[in-house]
Design a protein around this ligand. Sequence first.
Ligand code: NCD
Length: 405
Amino acid sequence: MDFYDYEHRLSRPVRVKIPDFQTGERLNHIIFADQLTRPTIERLARTADRIRTLSNSTEGCRFLRDLLHYKRAMLYFTQPSTRTFLSFEAACQILGIACSEVRDTKTSSESKGESPFDSMRMFSSYFDVVIMRSKIPQFAECCAYMMNDLRHTSRRNVPVVNGGAGADEHPTQALLDIYTIERAMDFFDERDSSNRTLLDELRRRYPGLRKGIDGKIYGFCGDIRRGRTIRSLTQLLSQYKNVSLYFIAPPGTKLGLTQDLRQRLNDRGVDVREFSSFEERDDGVPVIEKLDCLYMTRIQREHNSAEDEQEFRELDLSQYKLTPELVARMKSYAAILHPFPRDSEVGEIPTTIDNDSRAHYFRQARNGMWIRAALLAYLFDSDSTITDYYDDFTREIRDYNVDAI
Ligand code: NCD
């Protein structure tokens, strides 16, 4: 595709591009993980919590469904997707946003030679937000520039949300991953009381353990080079204090950490370490036993060249699969995440692990729905309406409980 008009903007460093996607502190388009600062993540996570709680009652659901019933979203997903597509669709349904979709350009006018830019401009005529995934790297970014140019000439334009682009960026996945990690590292237990909390109990075995994302060890295993979810998540994690990122991949292969990401993380002062297996020792202890969180990914086989196929055939990937025995050796509170899909042929996470309390990947997918709903509410400037309603709603419940007592 011809990006000629956008070339000079595309070639800039990400930090220079970021102001193009926001007005002041407020994000207009969601294109890069680096746009998501800690305060923004915090704001979206709290909105997600409120949406989640409100969704437990008929009244709360009704409020949410009315909130944005006058908005329409286009889901333009021309690259395969299950979770990102469906969780955005479900998020729209929660907020009453009507959705339409194009998932295959064979059924759109692109099959008659229409340019994807024309398609995009048409979507902006009918809809109020475009959520998109394309196999063309940087296409979502260019669409955001196109919308900005339209805005500058006072023509109709809408926010663009990147639902996964090339091998580089998947900002909303990183957002749901961080939200999942935050919840997992909250060590909240329904049976917590003033005499005993789960955290107190864990501290007996793991002295010095603290709540939160800061100060923990995060392991990444699988296709580190080509997995866009890892790139985006590590960028978000690099904003937290004293985090260590451990990358586990077969050495000297096409799966390991790229120099570019290594450099980017080093520049941000992150403690980056690379290991060839879960058994390799770090300060004398096997890596698997040191991790607070393990982020597994699948090998991105669809991107293999003939040469990659050959190289991977010769590799013993069995060492990069989780087993119930390995999981049993992990810290009792450690969280196992996976963006999914998992590869049922390779079996990087066998289903026998699914019911272990450390397996968070199904919860992670559901968290995606809540935080994407929060993101849409934010983009339409309605998250403060949710907060106000939530405060009244919980105050009423509290008052009712006090009266009942
Ligand atoms: C990921 C993606 O598309 O990058 N899936 C997702 O969005 N949950 C991961 C993958 O395809 O491996």
